[in-house]
Design a protein around this ligand. Structure first.
Ligand code: UT7
Length: 336
């Protein structure tokens, strides 16, 4: 049974499997002390990050996607042959085209399958998951692989101490399947918010020398005005979450787990304080992964499902935010 209205879509689409992958190489704060003028103490105090994973020189976004999907298949009794859509959220594809989803389709030999990449920076995975839920709610698709994967180290300027301390690489994948008749809805609500006028505070250049009226650095690296992004995140994100809870009819106490994008522990602390969602209910992997943009939510989700924190029937708030500047959230009833 599917009910759609202006503010909510309830569908029996459900996540039936989760996997993730982190590259082997670890870049610690102590390693960064050798590269730029910084200290472990400063990084931990200002970001909560101790280390991050870095893809090998010849390891690209597609490789991370494949590894996350293989991890998912190894842990769950699922088949990929009848997947009918693949959505990859990434800002660091191997190539602009072909899209990474098409690489995944080829790697796993999935016939009769659509494949798109979604680019919404750190909100990308939540946005991709919303699309998957919507396609299943519409009845056009039944089994969708959704992946968030990033090789941010390849677009990080390791001479810029204000950005190189933050970012890491990784990938996470989920399988979203249509429920059976009579199943309880699992995708309970979604929200998307965008402040495009603020986009020039966080970007990576491509073809144009400007974003709107703002000239930008065309160096191919992540460039950000950290303070502006920080201010935006600690004001607009709590507002967005409150708006989402209000529209959905849920309260903070209904939530079992909050899985935010993991940019910086001070941002997560401020969001917790301003929304009233306790840190004990907040799942982060930031300390050991850094900010992995579109991959951060599925990596955290996989960690908490694997260690048994997330259980069947739990109410989850997934909330991505960042470049755009954009926000995307979902409320899910965990169904497996
Ligand atoms: O997915 C979203 C992605 N973006 C973000 O999450 C970024 C949001 N912003 C932030 O996380 C923070 O703004 C940063 C961690 C990037 C910076 O922290 P901050 O507390 O906002 O520092 P600041 O930019 O206000 O700089 C304070 C001082 C400056 O020195 P002066 O001018 O006061 O002498 C910086 O030069 O800290 C200095 N600084 C550093 N010192 C040691 C900046 N980066 C470093 C560093 N190590 N790595």
């Amino acid at each position: 049974m599917i009910t759609l209205n202006k503010h909510s879509y309830r569908t029996a689409a459900r996540i039936t499997a989760v996997g993730s992958y982190l590259p082997q190489r670890i870049l610690t704060n102590q390693d960064l002390e050798q590269i730029v003028e910084t200290s472990d103490e400063w990084i931990v105090q200002r970001t909560g990050i101790s280390e991050r994973r870095i893809a090998a020189e010849d390891e690209y976004c597609s490789d991370l996607c494949f590894a996350a999907v293989r991890n998912l298949v190894a842990k769950y009794d699922v088949q990929l042959g009848d997947v009918d859509y693949i959505i990859v959220a990434t800002t660091t594809p191997d190539t602009f085209f072909p899209q990474m989803a098409a690489r995944v389709q080829a790697e796993f030999g999935i016939d009769n399958c659509g494949a798109i990449d979604v680019q919404a920076a750190c909100a990308g995975f939540a946005a991709a998951l919303q699309l998957a839920g919507g396609l299943i709610a519409a009845g056009s698709h039944r089994k969708i692989l959704v992946i968030g994967a990033e090789t941010l180290s390849k677009i990080t300027d390791y001479t810029d101490r204000t950005t190189c301390i933050l970012f890491g690489d990784g990938a996470g994948a989920v399988l979203v399947e249509a429920g059976l008749p009579g199943d309880e809805p699992s995708f309970l609500d979604a929200i998307s918010l965008t402040d495009g006028g603020e986009g020039h505070h966080l970007y990576r250049s491509s073809l144009s020398p400007s974003i709107g009226a703002s000239p930008i650095k065309q160096n191919g690296y992540i460039v950000q005005n950290g303070r502006a992004v920080f201010r935006w995140a600690i004001s607009r994100v709590p507002e967005g979450i409150q708006q989402f809870l209000d529209q959905s009819g849920f309260t903070v106490s209904d939530l079992d787990w909050f899985i935010p994008h993991n940019p910086n522990m001070r941002i997560i602390d401020a969001v917790s304080e301003r929304t009233g969602i306790p840190l004990e209910k907040t799942i982060t992997t930031l300390k050991l992964t850094g900010n992995t943009s579109a991959a951060s939510i599925p990596i955290a989700l996989d960690a908490a499902v694997s260690d048994g924190r997330i259980r069947k029937g739990n109410l989850l708030l997934l909330y991505g935010f960042g470049g755009g500047l954009s926000q995307a959230g979902l409320i899910l009833r965990w169904a497996i």
